[in-house]
Design a protein around this ligand. Structure first.
Ligand SMILES: [Zn+2]
Length: 528
């Protein structure tokens, strides 16, 4: 059979479902760079364009965000409340856990961990497809383990992610790596061994302006020294390598050519490392996003070459915003770094003095988000310590709101347009009574929760829309595209894709709703 006509292709049920997550690709970056895209991102603009997608929950981090994309559920259901949280009931010495680890493995820690999806409480698209027909294959390739696992789920056939030194797979997999992975690993090792001075694309010249941040300079292209593995993650070569593996597996496994639909999840992670290291508004991000455009173009071309009907969604795990020093130079006078006094250890010390406790009263990963009362605080004192902690946070000029777990537990799951949600509703969408903190703290807008300029300079994770808003773009060859500026959520992706492949999703199991991608009188949500 020859290639299908475009109309027949749209009518045909997709045999490959592809999800591309561009880590930290905010709706603001999408808007800023739309005019510069010429390759894959331009093709997506002929599909169904939702420029106001929402990672609707409060904890706008990588792991929660990726957990929403193919589960149809917010972190309150997926259980992935943050990248890291505390479980004081663990028997191991370290009580901090990483979202994609298995803490039951002896001697594991939140940084020296065994990769696992056991914390993910929801089923992904791949998990659901395999229950219906075990011949469906699930392939997940990403720069980060948590991205690959949270999109892939519990029954991944092939998972590949960057370990810090090379692309690796899940623990316990003994089969030899596919040839494409060996090939990419060898090429990457050779690249890292040599220094790199990235060329500035002509289209990015207007973005090139040096800005001093502490003793660093950002905004202009940066050379990478030979052997710099972490610098590799902010180079164009990183996403290119991820793309090479994804395309290689698509081809070698003949995805879409079997008797049941296959899933390919791709996590392009470099944008996030660029954002953290250099901020979002310099030449570095410009060059990076033109690289994303090129890689997405290669992925679409590879899908075309399969001659199988496919659907692709492109979105992000969270948004982001620029570093405060450059924001101050560019019209945002209240942009600041967080006051270190807000770290849970520091507030916890003051509370320990106030209540005569032997150790700090509070535990938490960051100066916002989930904050826990120390387990050894006597039961009789806990309500008073909690009240005092809440008051101390609320009294600080950088704090916007504080909620207790009890307040959130009483709330129904939020509904309605995600851009209009209250802060409490945003936290409710992230809230898991088993895992969440006793206090949930929101910093004010434009407060970057990194106190100094020694490591990462910029970040995300806040309740504010610059961190919650992401593009959601659907593309099928031959579809008649449209743009819808009203908000939808990333949890709407799963039911939308499921409808296209007639995969039933039991009512009440997820938070998302199907989006009709047929701009005419048809309805892609009801077609059988
Ligand atoms: Zn990040």
């Amino acid at each position: 059979m020859g290639p299908l006509t475009s109309e027949a292709q749209v009518a045909a049920r997709p045999s490959i479902v592809v999800a591309i997550s561009v880590d930290q690709f905010s709706a603001d970056l999408f808007a800023e760079y739309r005019p510069l895209f010429t390759a894959g991102m331009r093709r997506f603009q002929g599909g169904a364009v939702f420029p106001n997608g929402f990672q609707s929950h409060a904890a706008t981090e990588t792991c929660p965000g990726h957990s929403t994309i193919l589960t149809g559920s917010r972190p309150s259901r997926t259980g992935i409340i943050a990248n890291e949280w505390y479980d004081q009931s663990l028997t191991r010495a370290e009580k901090r856990v990483y979202c994609a680890e298995d803490p039951s493995v002896p001697d594991s820690t939140s940084t020296g961990y065994t990769v696992s999806s056991r914390f993910l409480k929801a089923q992904t698209l791949g998990d659901r497809l395999k229950i219906v027909d075990s011949r469906s294959r699930v392939v997940s390739v990403a720069g980060k383990d948590r991205a690959a696992l949270m999109m892939g789920g519990h029954t991944i056939d092939q998972a590949w992610f960057w370990s810090g030194k090379s692309f690796v797979t899940l623990p316990g997999v003994t089969q030899h790596a596919p040839a494409i992975v060996d090939k990419v690993n060898a090429a990457v090792a050779a690249q890292i061994a040599k220094p790199d001075l990235p060329a500035l694309p002509a289209a990015c010249r207007g973005h090139s302006q040096a800005v001093a941040v502490g003793n660093k300079e950002v905004g202009v292209p940066h050379p990478r020294e030979a052997g710099d593995f972490s610098g590799f993650r902010t180079s164009l070569a990183f996403d290119r390598a991820i793309t090479d593996i994804a395309i290689g597996l698509l081809h070698d496994l003949k995805l879409g050519g079997g008797s049941a639909p296959d899933v390919l999840a791709i996590g392009l992670s470099a944008t996030d490392y660029v954002g953290h290291t250099f901020g979002t508004e310099g030449a570095e991000m410009c060059a990076q996003l033109l690289g994303v455009d090129e890689n997405v173009g290669r992925i679409l071309a590879a899908l075309d070459a399969t001659h199988q009907p496919y659907v692709v969604v492109l979105t992000a795990d969270h948004g982001g915003h620029d570093l405060p020093e450059r924001n101050q130079l560019r019209g945002i006078g209240d942009a600041v770094r967080v006051d270190p006094a807000l770290f849970p250890a520091n507030v916890g010390k003051q509370l320990a003095q106030e209540f005569n406790l032997p150790t700090a009263a509070l535990i938490g990963v960051a100066p916002f988000g989930d904050i826990y009362l120390a387990r050894d605080i006597p039961e009789v004192l806990r309500p008073r310590v909690l009240e005092a902690a809440k008051s101390r946070y609320l009294a600080h000029p950088q704090v916007a709101a504080v909620f207790t777990a009890a307040e959130l537990r009483r709330m129904p799951r939020p509904g309605g347009p995600a851009d209009e949600w209250s802060l409490a509703e945003r936290f409710r969408a992230s809230f898991d009574p088993e895992r969440s903190g006793d206090l949930l703290v929101a910093l004010k807008p434009h407060v970057t929760p990194i106190a100094d300029t020694k490591g990462s300079l910029a970040t995300h994770g806040s309740v504010w829309n610059y961190d919650r808003r992401v593009p959601i773009l659907f593309y099928r060859p031959g579809m008649s595209g449209f743009e819808q500026p009203l908000p939808i959520e990333t949890v709407d992706i799963l039911p939308t894709l499921a409808a296209l492949i007639s995969l039933p999703i039991p009512v009440g199991e997820i938070d998302g709703r199907c989006i009709d991608l047929d701009s005419g009188s048809g309805d892609s949500c009801t077609r059988q």
